[in-house]
Design a protein around this ligand. Structure first.
Ligand code: FMN
Length: 241
């Protein structure tokens, strides 16, 4: 009889149980996106992380940032904050227009670039439409990335490395043989924004083009159609330039 009641509760009891469950759920505080972001992703945690809104008022003029930009290869061992990560990624391709326009121009607005950021915690894909991070891998892959970058040791010592990859097909479908040139121009736009944003935040960066393509592809577990173009270590400079 008891079992039967448990297996097939009368309709009224079932409704009561559902209502109670709903009340309990409503009473529980929902984890805010910021809270999830602040905790950081746990092992195997693939929840999307909401980044803090980018600030549009920097501490430096554009001209000052340009004059101060220089390659930085020696970084302090300080993790980047969520605000810094958000600001850097937004500069690389954050959405700024309701129709999908971004901080960087794109031939035919086809947006062939994908931006990842590798930190000692893992690898995260930037989702420009909602200014979010999608965790893709956990653990510190920076030493492997440095090995793939022909053992340029500073790649492993930076607190974060931004990786710009391209899906050429997105642009090729419309522009054919011009696509390759367009995609590389766009990677340059995104990279320069990152370098200048880094300076504006009091950080430093360096362009890294010397790496083994297939090794970087393998370490980051990129999709077959994603080609890594650019690594940009970013962090607080050990010395002010
Ligand atoms: C496309 C490109 C690829 C580069 N690749 C590397 C690299 O693999 N390793 C590195 O240490 N610097 C690299 N650099 C940085 C240059 O060495 C650096 O920009 C140059 O020496 C001028 O110095 P500055 O950036 O301080 O003005 C690269 C720069 C560019 C534009």
């Amino acid at each position: 009889m008891r079992n039967r009641t448990l297996s097939f509760p009368p309709l009224r009891s079932a409704c009561l149980a559902a209502a109670l469950a709903a009340l309990v759920l409503l009473a529980l505080p929902a984890p805010s996106p910021r809270a999830v972001a602040a905790e950081g992703p746990g092992k195997g945690d693939h929840r999307v992380i909401q980044l803090p809104n980018p600030t549009l008022k920097g501490k430096m003029t554009l001209e000052e940032a340009m004059s101060k930009r220089a390659s930085i290869r020696d970084f302090r061992q300080r993790a980047l904050t969520q605000e810094e990560i958000g600001q850097i990624l937004w500069s690389a391709g954050g959405q700024t227009r309701p129709w999908g326009g971004r901080t960087v121009p794109s031939a035919g607005a086809l947006y062939p670039l994908e931006i990842d950021i590798a930190t000692p915690e893992g690898v995260f894909r930037y989702l420009p439409e909602r200014h979010q991070l999608q965790p893709r891998a956990t653990g510190n892959l920076l030493p492997k990335l440095a090995a793939a970058a022909l053992n340029q040791h500073f790649v492993a010592q930076a607190p974060a490395v931004v990786v710009i990859s391209a899906v050429y097909e997105r642009t090729k479908r419309r522009y054919g043989s011009r696509a390759e040139r367009y995609v590389h121009m766009e990677a340059g736009h995104a990279a320069q924004n990152i370098h200048l944003e880094a300076v504006s935040l009091g950080l430093g960066s360096v362009a890294v083009g010397a790496f083994n393509d297939s090794e970087v592809h393998r370490v980051l577990a990129l999709r077959a159609d994603e080609k890594p173009l650019y690594l940009i270590p970013v962090g607080e400079p050990a010395q002010r330039p």
